[in-house]
Design a protein around this ligand. Structure first.
Ligand code: ADP
Length: 397
């Protein structure tokens, strides 16, 4: 069975074709600059990289180009589209409308349109990608895999904001979380690596990338997570502020002459590591600047790791114990000094990092960076959201 995984952005579209028998990626690539002059497709297959310079006026053009590449004589990996058994789409937010992977039909797409406002930066783009696939491959079965599904098991006292309960009921304003596909994958991999059943473990998963979120996973189920109604909440991120007193936002908007809408763009794009450091949102740049003596870069990194540590500590309490901490995504997989700053100094809680093990290279495998004496295991696990999407799509079929 072969599953095509699609992750559509507003002007880009990433894809992977995965053979489910071996769970190997047989082709993958990215369409960039959809609807913008200078469009191109980078396609990796058969051990080679192919670049196609071609304008794509719409997501439909992009999908058509991807399919042409997949069956191409040289760059292709299948003889016809019939070899694709189904398509799995990544969707960022589901609200309360969907709590699990769902097969696409007209009714589902109607609901998708209704909930698009929940993730205005992401969901409308996913809808473009899904509609494009339905247009180009009308006969294919398609599944929607939601980033929020894994968080659907949070108890009400964890996901509710203390607002008027009637307003929650009416407007569905509450915590939904994000990155659920990644948290689910690494929590499952941790259990497999430790030779335990997910039900036996209390795990804190730290997905640290451009966007970062931390989840508490009890017996395989998410019980709390740091992101909120949108991915703006939680720890400070590359360009997002993370948690902030809303009264400060109102104050800032008035002072800077911004509307609330502009204020939210500011908090999403101009704050976080970029805003504090004035250097960059990228942790490699921040680390280099800090090492060169830049105070604000050092401050930004300290604020990030301090905030992550506070979440880890609070989730240990929420879980009532801890067996394992997992680090994943761009920063979590590649940056020993960040892992050390977050999980170091927690010896009183049974967490002991081994500095030598922590300096492991990201080689695509799982590393346990805890000392032998550590009661809590600390794992670095490369995430694989596309594989989860493919697995869920295959399971639904
Ligand atoms: P996202 O998928 O949310 O865009 P990533 O998970 O790719 O983000 O994480 C990007 C972050 O990871 C950047 O801040 C980057 O500096 C950091 N990072 C550190 N080392 C590496 C590395 N070797 N490769 C990629 N990203 C890295």
């Amino acid at each position: 069975m072969k599953i095509l995984v699609i992750n559509a952005g507003s002007s880009s579209l990433k894809y992977q074709l995965i053979a489910m028998e071996t769970e190997q990626v047989i082709a993958k690539g990215t369409c960039e600059r959809i609807g913008i002059p200078g469009g191109n497709l980078t396609h990796k297959a058969n051990g080679k990289t192919f670049v196609v310079e071609q304008e794509m006026a719409s997501h439909t053009d992009a999908i058509s180009l991807v399919l042409a590449e997949l069956v191409d004589k040289e760059a292709g990996v299948i003889s016809s589209m019939d070899e694709i058994d189904a398509v799995g789409h990544r969707v960022v937010a589901s609200g309360e409308a969907f709590t699990k992977t769902t097969l696409v039909d007209d009714e589902v797409m109607k609901t998708m349109d209704e909930i698009a406002e929940l993730a205005p930066l992401h969901n409308p783009a996913a809808i473009l990608g899904i509609n494009a696939c339905r247009e180009v491959m009308p006969e294919k079965k398609m599944a929607l895999v939601f980033d929020t599904s894994f968080h659907a098991t949070m108890p009400d006292y964890a996901y509710l904001y203390a607002i008027d309960y009637d307003d929650y009921k009416k407007y569905k304003v509450r915590k939904y979380g994000a990155h659920g596909t990644s948290h689910k994958y690494v929590a499952g991999e941790a259990a497999r690596y430790l030779g335990k059943k997910p039900e036996e473990l209390k795990i804190i998963t730290c997905h640290l990338g451009n966007g970062s979120s931390i989840s508490a996973v009890d017996g395989g189920k998410c019980i709390d997570t740091s992101m909120g109604f949108t991915p703006l909440a939680g720890v400070p991120m590359g360009t997002r502020s993370g948690d902030i007193d809303v009264a400060a936002i109102d104050f800032l908007c008035k002072k800077k002459g911004m509307t609330m809408e502009e204020g939210l763009v500011y908090l999403n794009k101009q704050c976080g590591m970029k805003g504090i450091s004035g250097v960059s949102s990228d942790f490699r740049d921040l680390t280099a600047a800090r090492d060169a003596g830049n105070y604000r870069a050092a401050l930004a990194l300290k604020m990030f790791t301090y905030s992550c540590k506070r979440y880890v500590g609070s989730y240990m309490a929420a879980l009532g114990g801890l067996d394992c901490i997992v680090f994943t995504a761009g920063i979590g997989e590649n940056t020993p000094h960040i892992r050390k700053a977050i999980a170091g100094g927690l010896e009183a809680f049974g967490v002991v990092i081994d500095d030598e093990k922590n300096n492991c290279k990201n080689d695509g495998t799982i590393h346990d960076i805890a000392a032998d004496t550590s009661r809590v295991r600390v794992l670095v696990i490369p995430t694989n959201e596309e594989l989860v999407i493919a697995r869920e799509t295959a399971a639904l079929l």
